[in-house]
Structures are given as structure tokens and as C-alpha cells.
Write a protein that binds this ligand. Structure first.
Ligand code: MG
Length: 254
């Protein structure tokens, strides 16, 4: 396993790639509403990325056919946008996407409610998001990678939720998926020691019920049919507090 340490110049490029991605997420979020299709969201993302002179990085990666992953309700991740998938009031939708800017990748995911959603679903979305921030508290030089993983797992499971095991976060930089893998659950050992200049995509995928999923090609759904949420940012390890690169500089959510 080789984990890349980014130079100051590379970090600047990562920051810009991630800043642009935050803009794209913001633009797509604005059109999430009942009646719109996931293909409409994909078209919007594609248009904004190209307007910003970026390149979508999910498109054609491992054969994925779209710019965004749009995963509705029991779909955990990797949902393929479709003209037939019409969002309706009460749905939740996970939107995962990234872009390349001057050779550097960014990656972030958000889960939104469509119109009015239930209190339970709002809670699932909020806890998933907060589990990311619980993990990020440990994303500091000198700590170990699985400190992040354990914090995410402990927080999510304290609400009775299931932490998906089949997919994990990852290093990111010149490639979308670099070493190391960043699990959202504890593995034996401590994981690598974190160093300033590492850039990681941390992405809890949290299910309302069981952690188990059923996978068939791109299709990935919860085994019990209950809903699932996803939240992800690309972050930079520093000697002090981590920088969350795919949030706006003022820390504002997008
Ligand atoms: Mg990712």
C-alpha cells in the first residue's frame, strides 16, 4: 500500500477541485424536489461541472454510465440516474459525485429529503452526517486511521443504525480511489498513522436497519429494504485541525 503525501502545490489543486465540487453540489441540491427525475439531476451536475471547466470523474469509471450516483431510499450507493426514476414527496436521495480539475480529483456525497420527509428519515440523514464529523475529530496527524473508523461506527450504532461494511472511503488525489481504504467500522489493528498532506474521502453509509446489503452489478440495496443515507467529504490531514475541502470555506453545508 502506498499512501501519497501531497505537496503544497498539489494541496492547492485539491482545494480548488473540491471547492468547485461544493458549487456543483449546491446547484444540484437546489433542484431536488418531487417530480424531478434522477436523470435531470445528472444532467444538471454534468452541465455545472463543464461550466466550471472540470471533468466528471465517475463517468465511465469501472464502466459507470453517469456523472452522479443517485441512490433513492433503500438504495445505498451507485444508483444509476434514470428518466424513469421520478422523485416523490417523502423520498430520500443520496447524491454522490466528483470531478477532476487540473489532474486532481474531488469526491463528496450528500443525502437530501424530497419535500416533506418523516422524522425518522430526517434523523437518519442527520446522524449519518454527524457520524462523518465524529470521525473527522480524529483525522489528525499522529492519530491512526481506524480512530476515525471507530468513531463513525460507535456514533451511528448508538442510534441502532447499521454501518455498511461492503463499501469504504479512500485516499484521493491524482486518482479517485487511492490508498488507504477508509472503513466506517473498526477493523483489527490500528490502521496507518495519519500524516499531514494526506487527502482522504471519508464517507459513512448508514442504514436505518441492518448493515447488510444486497449487491447485483451497480445495484446496491439494504437487505431489509429500509432506507440508507450517505455523507462524504474530501478532507486534508494537517498538523492541526483537518480541512474539510468539499465544504465552503465558511464551513457552510452544501
Ligand atoms: Mg468516495
Amino acid at each position: 500500500m502506498s499512501v501519497s503525501i501531497k505537496s503544497p502545490k498539489e494541496i492547492e489543486l485539491m482545494r480548488e477541485s473540491c471547492r468547485l465540487l461544493a458549487i456543483v453540489h449546491d446547484e444540484v441540491r437546489k433542484i431536488v424536489r418531487p417530480g424531478i427525475t434522477t436523470k435531470d439531476l445528472d444532467r444538471k451536475a454534468s452541465e455545472v461541472i463543464r461550466d466550471l471547466h472540470g471533468t466528471p470523474n465517475f463517468l465511465h469509471l469501472y464502466g459507470f454510465p453517469a456523472t452522479i450516483c443517485a441512490s433513492v431510499n433503500e438504495h445505498v450507493v451507485h444508483g444509476i440516474p434514470s428518466d424513469k426514476t421520478v422523485l416523490k414527496e417523502g423520498d430520500i436521495i443520496g447524491i454522490d459525485m466528483g470531478l477532476i480539475w487540473q489532474g486532481y480529483h474531488s469526491d463528496a456525497a450528500r443525502t437530501y429529503g424530497v419535500g416533506e420527509i418523516s422524522k425518522e428519515d430526517r434523523m437518519l440523514i442527520e446522524v449519518t452526517k454527524q457520524s462523518f464529523f465524529e470521525g473527522v475529530k480524529f483525522a489528525k496527524a499522529g492519530n491512526h486511521l481506524y480512530d476515525i473508523s471507530s468513531a463513525i461506527q460507535n456514533y451511528a450504532e448508538s442510534f441502532g443504525y447499521g454501518v455498511v461494511r461492503d463499501m469504504v472511503g479512500h485516499g484521493i488525489g491524482k486518482a479517485l480511489h487511492e490508498d488507504p481504504e477508509v472503513p466506517n467500522f473498526k477493523l483489527p489493528g490500528k490502521g496507518i498513522r495519519l500524516q499531514a498532506g494526506m487527502t482522504l474521502a471519508i464517507e459513512p453509509m448508514i442504514n436505518a436497519g441492518t448493515w447488510q446489503v444486497e449487491i447485483d452489478g451497480w445495484k446496491c440495496v439494504t437487505a431489509d429494504g429500509r432506507k440508507s443515507a450517505h455523507y462524504e467529504n474530501t478532507i486534508l490531514i494537517t498538523d492541526g485541525e483537518p480541512e474539510i475541502l468539499t465544504l465552503y470555506r465558511d464551513g457552510r453545508e452544501v
